[in-house]
Design a binder for this molecule. Structure first.
Ligand code: C2E
Ligand code: CA
Length: 469
């Protein structure tokens, strides 16, 4: 019994011990399972943080990590950045849902090209990356770009419709173009931008164009600042009456007093200003400064502004309500606007509408650089110009070149028969001035009379002229 009792006790103890061991084992297993689940969850979170939800491809972060891993091998690494042409337009026309479907179809098409899917990525809204196996030659990377284009010869399906898709591809390669993952992807982005701008299909990173891009970026930054600080100044080129040589007006030609580069002429920055949509802000700044500069100049002087393409409408406000831009009023009949053909070809109806609004205020509109455009005579016939300004390229050598002189003669005659005033620019000699006067040109400007000069020099010139009169 005792024994029995004892063994019962022992059995009870060993049963408890066994249960405890079992519990520990079970808990251990649970903990291990929990640990595995945690690790799985972490891996999943890691994957999700590097996945693009729409296409299932790697995202930019994951792409940078793949590139970095391949760079770690020490062998050359080539990166392709692929962008879908006109994707925004497609999104706008067919809607976001079709746009998303197209992106998925595009990703699938790319997947069919790469054996290793982890090297493909969606790195931007409509931009994809492909990093090739480490060590492949340049030619293999170029062949991959061509493979992408060939794969897209067959249209993609989205929204129940087939879509022909074209791409731009920028390529960059380590160690030639960059050595780190981020800088290599940046180099491929820069080549993609260049290729896109040039309207090409694909191209390698080009350090020279990258440097030019950077310089352009710096110039754009300085230009915005310069406009804000009024470092862009109006310089004035006197316009004279050819018969009396009296100054009758000024053409306003902008100059930029750059803190490091000195005085810059418009050819350096006006095209950039037009590209950035800053031409209107420049005109406003010039107008404000003109309204201050001209306070003590005679009232009969006219002021001619050069208008950039796309700026015509803004100029109406400038002329009609100078107070809105913080300028003193200048009689609109003292303002002339010089427009080139490139400003007109954009939209003839807008040009007509703006011209009549300006002319109703007494502001005159001149067809600038007459003779060098592709359809000067067409524009002169179609739009109601008050004046034409014969381009300096015909005028500069008309005293030596028979053909230039004949062209100028014909242009003056054309203006006269249409009842439009004719002016000339680029007069550099007394001989040219007297030739122009003889054929009936009324006003002129050029280095023979004066180069463009800043406001204080104009004040001095006008003072000397009034003393001589
Ligand atoms: P443009 O309207 O044809 O201006 C005439 C250009 O010829 C000016 O160059 C002027 O300095 C130059 N010039 C004048 N007389 C002579 C001469 O006798 N001989 C020679 N060789 N050249 C002469 P600039 O000042 O460098 O201006 C270049 C162009 O920049 C202008 O051509 C105009 O299209 C544009 N521009 C100037 N100011 C502005 C502005 O405020 N806004 C806009 N949108 N464009 C401007
Ligand atoms: Ca002009």
């Amino acid at each position: 019994m005792v024994d029995f009792g004892l063994s019962n006790q022992m059995m009870a103890i060993s049963a408890i011990a066994a249960a405890a061991v079992l519990l520990l084992v079970w808990q251990g297993a649970r903990l291990r399972q929990h640990g595995k689940a945690m690790a799985r969850a972490q891996t999943e979170a890691f994957r999700l943080a590097r996945a693009d939800a729409l296409t299932g491809l790697t995202n930019l972060q994951g792409f940078a990590e793949s590139v970095s891993k391949l760079l770690g091998t020490g062998a050359p690494v080539s990166v392709l950045l692929i962008d879908i042409e006109n994707f925004k337009q497609l999104n706008g026309t067919h809607g976001l849902r079709v746009g998303d479907e197209l992106l998925r179809a595009f990703a699938d098409r790319l997947r069919s090209l790469s054996p290793d899917k982890s090297r493909l990525a969606r790195v931007g809204a409509d931009e994809f990356g492909w990093v090739l196996e480490a060590g492949v030659r340049r030619e293999v990377a170029e062949a991959a770009a061509l493979k992408v284009m060939r794969a897209l010869e067959e249209p993609l399906m989205a929204g129940g419709q087939s879509h022909s898709v074209r791409v731009n591809i920028g390529l960059a390669r380590s160690p030639d173009h960059a050595t780190g993952a981020e800088s290599l992807i940046r180099a491929a982005t820069s080549s993609l931008d260049r290729v896109r701008l040039a309207g090409e299909s694909w191209g390698w990173f080009d350090p020279a164009s990258e440097a030019a891009e950077r310089a352009k970026f710096a110039l754009a930054r300085d230009l915005r600042e310069a406009i804000r600080r009024e470092h862009l100044e109006p310089w004035y080129q006197p316009v004279v009456n050819l018969a009396s040589t009296a100054v009758v007006g000024m053409e306003i030609l902008v100059r930029w007093r750059h803190p490091e580069r000195g005085l810059l002429t418009p050819d350096v920055f006006i095209p950039l200003a037009e590209e950035l949509g800053l031409a209107g802000a420049i005109s406003q700044s010039l107008f404000r400064q003109l309204s201050r500069d001209s306070r003590h100049w005679p009232d009969h002087l006219t002021f001619a502004f050069n208008a950039s393409p796309g700026q015509l409408r803004d100029l109406i406000a400038l002329v009609q309500s100078p107070a809105s831009i913080g300028a003193d009023a200048i009689d609109p009949s003292r303002i002339e606007l010089e427009v080139t053909e490139s400003a007109l070809v954009q939209d003839l109806d807008v040009a007509r509408e703006v011209m009549s609004a300006l002319q109703a205020q007494g502001t005159r509109v001149t067809l600038d650089n007459f003779g060098v455009g592709s359809s000067s005579i067409f524009h002169l016939r179609t739009l109601p110009f008050d004046k034409i300004k014969i381009d300096r390229r015909f005028v500069i050598d008309m005293d030596r070149d028979q053909r230039s002189a004949a062209c100028v003669h014909a242009m003056v005659a054309l203006g006269q028969s249409l009842g439009v005033e004719v002016a000339a620019e680029g007069i550099e000699t007394a001989e040219t001035a007297s030739q122009l006067l003889a054929i009936g040109c009324r006003t002129a400007q050029g280095y023979y009379y004066s180069e463009p000069i800043p406001a204080p020099a104009v004040t001095e010139l006008l003072r000397l002229q009034s003393r001589a009169a």
